[in-house]
Design a protein around this ligand. Sequence first.
Ligand code: MN
Length: 280
Amino acid sequence: MHTAPIAPRAATRRVLVAVTAAVRVVDGVDRVRLNAAYVRALESAGLVPLIVPPLADTDAAVRILDAVSGLVLSGGEDVDPSLYGDTPHPALGAVNCSRDVTELALLAAARERNLPTLAICRGIQVVNVGLGGTLVQDLPSQQSDVAEHELDGQRATRVHGVSVEPSSRLARILGSASLDVNSIHHQAVDRLGDAMRVSARADDGVIEGVESDDPDWWMVGVQWHPEELTATPEPWDRRLFDAFADACRAGVSSASTSLPSALGASASPSRVGLEKEAHR
Ligand code: MN
């Protein structure tokens, strides 16, 4: 969809964020792989993505977080059900154990550091498992009366409605109590993990959003793919990436600069609110 080079907003400071990726066989060769839509969406929000593949040494993976201001857990394979005490359902898709281990280590470290974390599709599932929750392994075969949620051929099409909890961080970010989203998943959050809350549900009740209930940890998870929707007329998905970018910048400010420079002339009222929250 985007063919022209991205022009980040000149006035915003660019900060690095880690984005997880898969290793997959493509054309017969193991390759590190990330959909370029993530890169475009993050760049458009003024962020510089640093791609993190599964690493054998999880301590080394965590060290990457020393260099970044935020973490994006990206979409991909199903999470290994043994990680949440379940046995594989016949409709379980491909799993990637080294990716699970790497991403769970990154999540734990991000939570420990209050590093802003945006979790997308598989990412929301990794967060839920990492915080002690469980997943529905296959929506069509395990839940009745659910809509079709796996529409891979319509990646940039808004195919179902989502209702947002009015008091949630997500509602403040989106500026809306409802939105329409794309849907490219057959799994979903089941029993919720600790220290988090449901922020959004599809019209059929499937959980489409979660967030941290700790005001000091900006963690927003969505089951849809906002990175595929940032070029649509509706503002919701751009607002989500912009809010993540604001949280990353606020963290940089609180760690490395004084408050007055963090509240510089370009700060909008919403920026100021976010930064105050980050300093709490
Ligand atoms: Mn969905």
